[in-house]
Design a protein around this ligand. Structure first.
Ligand code: GAR
Length: 215
């Protein structure tokens, strides 16, 4: 069984989707810790409800960002965490954590990277008025949303979409592909060569590709 540590900053619906897959017996993993950088994160309530240990760390209590991330790495290592999940964690991860978990940190981003990295990926896509957007699960490196891509899923974008309507559409797919990426990892099916992620025996899933022109 794969030991997971989850980092979150807010609502935690992606955290919940992973909990649900584990509890349904579809993901052979165990969440050993939820770490939050925000004491009001609703993710904490979810952790309590499912008897998952949670830990709040205030970045302002540390001398530097590197010290903050070193502390996170130490807490995760102390619990035997094998894969770190960034589930709406709104910070750029620094070297001490990346070095402690090389290609063992996964992030979900609400856009089709490398388009619209950083904050408010859905708003950026709606404002730009692209025809297709989506979400990306990737391994984390030192850049902002630049690490090797594991899975992407696409949704159509309408000229009338707002940040809210597009976010809702994308979020449904986030809740599918994030647990799926973790499952692939847990089943030992992922390998990373440079920025290429290979998935053993993976078949492309048509439902992840939505072409608005052909609908
Ligand atoms: C999700 O849409 C996630 O993709 C995004 O924050 C939201 C968190 O929702 N992450 C980023 O924008 C990271 N740059 P959640 O707390 O309900 O999972």
């Amino acid at each position: 069984m794969l030991n997971l540590g989850v980092l979150a900053s807010g609502r935690g619906s992606n955290f919940q989707s992973i909990i649900d897959e584990i509890e349904a017996g579809r993901l052979n993993a165990s969440i050993k810790l939820l770490m939050v950088d925000n004491p009001n994160a609703y993710a904490i309530e979810r952790a309590k409800k499912h008897s998952i240990e949670h830990l709040y760390l205030n970045p302002n209590d540390f001398k530097s960002k590197d010290d903050f991330f070193k502390k996170i790495a130490d807490e995760l290592k102390a619990r035997g965490i094998e894969l770190v999940i960034l589930a709406g964690f709104m910070r750029i991860v620094r070297k001490p954590l990346i070095d402690a978990f090389p290609n063992k940190i996964m992030n979900i981003h609400p856009a089709l990277l490398p388009s619209f990295p950083g904050l408010h990926g859905q708003k950026q896509a709606a404002d730009y008025s692209v025809r297709i957007s989506g979400c990306t699960v990737h391994f984390v490196d030192e850049g902002m949303d630049t690490g090797p891509i594991i899975i992407q899923a696409a949704v159509p974008v309408s000229p009338d979409d707002t940040e809210e309507t597009l976010s809702d559409r994308i979020l449904k797919l986030e809740h599918m592909i994030f647990p799926e990426a973790i499952r692939l990892y847990a089943d030992g099916r992922l390998s990373v060569e440079g920025r290429v992620v290979r998935i053993k025996g993976y078949e492309l899933k048509d439902e992840y590709i939505v072409n608005p022109i052909l609908r």
